[in-house]
Design a binder for this molecule. Structure first.
Ligand code: NAG
Length: 135
């Protein structure tokens, strides 16, 4: 009985650690001026047609103006489809910002890739975050 309890606790601990540290996706911009430190996608993976949110926190490594956030999505290796949100905000160097982006998951089955990018007015990329999921 004692062995059972100990191993049950151990399993609970092991299961907890990766959950807390879990990051969904990866950076797709090597020289990002907006250094992303955490991304939470809820629910992940999203289900067919689900509303889901991406909460993305990072720090500006230089003074920058964010013109838009683009959300690119593609199924398999097909064409990218883009939507965007206008931000038009200037950030002093060292500012930490959190963006909350509400999205709707596709209704067609398949493997998907999303890329979320921050852009300046000249369309230069300040950061890029990418994640995959299957609907
Ligand atoms: C970006 O953030 C990570 C995680 O907080 C940190 O380790 C890294 O040093 C930062 N990069 C720069 C260029 O500040």
């Amino acid at each position: 009985m004692r062995i059972f309890i100990v191993s049950a606790l151990l399993v609970a601990c092991l299961a907890n650690i990766p959950l807390e540290q879990y990051q969904t996706g990866e950076s797709c911009e090597k020289s990002a001026k907006f250094n992303i430190t955490s991304v939470t996608i809820d629910p992940f993976p999203p289900g067919n047609s689900d509303q889901y949110t991406v909460v993305m926190t990072g720090t500006f490594l230089s003074k920058e103006t964010v013109e838009q956030i683009y959300i690119g999505q593609r199924k398999n290796k097909e064409k990218w489809h883009y939507t965007y949100q206008t931000i038009n905000k200037e950030y002093p160097k060292g500012t930490t910002e959190t963006y909350t982006i509400s999205l709707q998951a596709p209704a067609i089955k398949g493997p998907y890739t999303d890329q979320i990018t921050l852009h300046k007015s000249d369309f230069t990329t300040l950061s890029c975050w990418q994640y995959n999921y299957v609907i």
